[in-house]
Design a protein around this ligand. Sequence first.
Ligand code: IYR
Length: 236
Amino acid sequence: MPKVFYLSVKEELMLKKSWIPYRGTSYSDEEMEARSRSFYEWADQRRSLRSFSDRPVPRSVIESIIRTASTAPSGAHKQPWRFCAVSDPALKKEIRMAAEAEERENYSSRMSERWKKDLEPLGTDWQKAFLETAPWLIVVFKEIYKTEDGVKKNNYYVNESVGLACGFLLMAIHHAGLTALTHTPSPMNFLSKILGRPANERPFLLIPVGHPAPGATVPDLQRKALDDIACFFEEE
Ligand code: IYR
């Protein structure tokens, strides 16, 4: 049976009045094993996709996905992110044109031969049709500082925080039965201009979201084995 944890009275007294009981759920070892295994197997089905269907996705779904992203932890709880959700075809076209202009340069001269070789298995090129086909583009901005009462205040661990929020966003997209791509046109400042974002926000990731195109395929990639990604340090 799931258990709900409450802080002890002593702990509560030690804390500020505004603190509230932590409500987490704990499980038996067997339940944890089953839950963590099945969550992993479900997460392992997530794939980046470059071919989307134009089937619309309700705005309410995108709103919940963004709310989930914003449950991520952040430095000093500053929540230094802004998610711009774009479904307007004219804006998507403008974004596609600007992204392709940069990518054309990248693929023809800015990227090294080795980089292009590394990308070959992914089948990428400068053309980004998905930026128009996908029903939504979520453009994630990081908030590098905030101005309060005319005073510039720093945020903390901004890249870590926004990276975490994007991870949560991708899992929420997967959970809704949708698919996404983490697209990083470079440089990305055209996104600030097109979307009219203020100077304290910098583009972080461009994430097309939608249903997969009928018959969509993905490269047959292998994920690293546990031994290649983890080290355990346990008492003998
Ligand atoms: N931004 C380019 C190139 C690109 C780079 C990496 I690293 C990728 O994993 C995929 C693509 C593009 O989007 O095509």
